[in-house]
Design a protein around this ligand. Structure first.
Ligand code: PLP
Length: 458
């Protein structure tokens, strides 16, 4: 059959008309969302209701099946609508109390310091011990040798090769990033599309959700509990996977709980990711601070895993802003596109400093952190707080005997001690606080004594 211009024009008119209908319906949906927001505000209930979301998801999946539409596309579209509804509903709520993360408290504490108030910093994950001296010499040497130019977006060959050797992978599987944080960002930005879903296991470092939000993706949260030793329920994790799920983000040793997964649970999570073809983002920036056997995602040789590491914690190089990711070469290429668009490359002198640090033995730092965590744990026990002793990382995450985190955090800050509110790691953790063991023992002792006193008076 010969196609004619009239035929094309007629089809285009129909598409225009349907698009206009869809837009009108979307507008009606948004108006309803606004009203729902008002009602929920009056009732004082949360904007997001996962049960209702799941019901509507099931309805859309059924409808897609009946009409032969791609279920994945239908759910992605629905997720965009749900996200928009959520923000519209949020607009109509009375302003919620500002949610504070550990970084928010850190900024506040810094301002107090600037006005002359002395602060004990137990809120931030920044080791106080010095970066390796060789990192400093490498910086100076870089300057002397005029090694301060743009580099390959994925990093200088010497550093990539050293990381590849350490991780037992090929150089093409490595990208050097400005901190582990940017590796997390470029992995999510390059692999997860608007409307798709990422599963995060809470309590969690907030960046996974923040990055997903940034790219217009949805975050589904698997909650873990103190009672269950912060072990994720893998069955529940499986039940959360939809056609839109693209990535599971895990972080062990965990910030904030210090949990290290046992191998059997890690095996199950990897098997689940494999079965559903999901990306597995394993944030392993604390892997050196692991006080029991730790199984890296690298050990599974999975073609969709991205392992994030950093020089910040192991070598106390937070301000250098250098980390890296290890993943199959095709994923690294995608991440490199995000990095090229955003930063060109990590600063060459910083990469040379990282290369020098990589040759250093971090076991002294690790031993020190282990002792400090034991010390903090002992003090927390004396306060009779419920917690799980950390298997790794740099934090202790106890439950408060009563009340909510911000009341205690603010009272402590008034007295010159900064700790992190538990709710910064997930909405369900208002009863928790995070104490970072990154300061000298004497300082932590003072800070924890103030905390004990505040809790006794509460
Ligand atoms: N991942 C986790 C779990 C963290 O706690 C942090 C920092 O606190 C990072 C990644 C990022 O570290 P950086 O960007 O300094 O490498």
């Amino acid at each position: 059959m010969v196609a004619t211009n009239d035929e094309l024009e007629s089809l285009r008119l129909q598409i225009r008309s349907i698009t206009s209908d869809i837009m009108q319906k979307v507008q009606q949906r948004m108006e309803l969302a606004r009203q729902v927001g008002e009602v929920k505000g009056r009732l004082g209930i949360d904007v997001r209701d996962e049960k209702v979301e799941n019901e509507i998801r099931m309805m859309v999946t059924r409808q897609a099946q009946e009409t032969d539409m791609s279920g994945e596309f239908a759910l992605r579209l629905l997720n965009i609508l749900l996200k928009e509804s959520e923000s519209i509903q949020g607009l109509k709520r009375p302003p919620a109390p500002q949610k504070m993360t550990h970084l928010g408290i850190f900024q506040k504490a810094k301002q107090m310091e600037a006005s002359g108030i002395k602060i004990i910093h137990l809120e931030v994950g920044e080791p106080d011990y010095p970066a390796p001296a060789v990192a400093g010499s490498a910086l100076v040497e870089s300057f002397r040798q005029k090694k301060y130019h743009y580099t390959d977006t994925r990093g200088i060959p010497q550093l990539r090769s050293a990381i590849a050797k350490k991780s037992k992978v090929a150089e093409e599987q490595v990208i050097v990033t400005p901190g582990g944080r940017f590796a997390v960002f470029s992995a999510i930005a390059s692999l997860v599309k608007p409307g798709e879903e990422l599963i995060s296991i809470e309590p969690a470092w907030p960046a996974y959700k923040e990055c997903a939000d940034f790219v217009g993706a949805r975050t589904s949260v698997l909650r873990t509990t103190l009672e269950e030793g912060w072990t994720p329920d893998v069955k529940e994790l499986g039940s959360m996977i939809t056609e839109c799920t693209r990535m599971i983000a895990i972080n062990y040793p965990n910030n904030p709980t210090g949990k290290v997964l046992d191998k059997a649970t890690m095996d199950k999570i990897m098997a689940l990711a494999r079965e559903h073809g999901l990306y597995l983002l394993s944030d392993e920036v604390y892997s050196d601070y692991s006080f029991r056997p730790f199984e890296s995602a690298l050990a599974y040789d999975y073609e969709k895993s991205i392992v994030v590491s950093s020089f910040s914690k192991t070598y106390a190089m937070t301000g250098f802003r250098v980390g890296y990711a290890v993943a199959p070469a095709d994923i690294i290429k995608k991440m490199a596109k995000v990095q090229a668009a955003g930063i060109t490359s990590v600063a060459e002198p910083i990469q040379n400093a990282a290369l020098a640090a990589l040759g250093e033995d971090p076991s002294g730092n690790v031993e020190l952190m282990k002792k400090r965590l034991q010390f903090v744990s002992a003090r927390i026990k004396e306060m009779s707080l419920r917690f799980v002793e950390p298997d790794g990382a740099m934090y202790v995450y106890p439950e408060l005997p009563a009340g909510e985190d911000m009341a205690v955090v603010e009272k402590l800050l008034e007295k010159g001690v900064a700790i992190a509110p538990g709710s910064g790691f997930g909405d369900s953790y208002k009863r928790f606080v995070r104490i970072s063991a990154c300061r000298p023992k004497e300082e932590m002792e003072k800070g924890l004594a103030v905390m004990a006193k505040v809790l006794r008076q509460a």
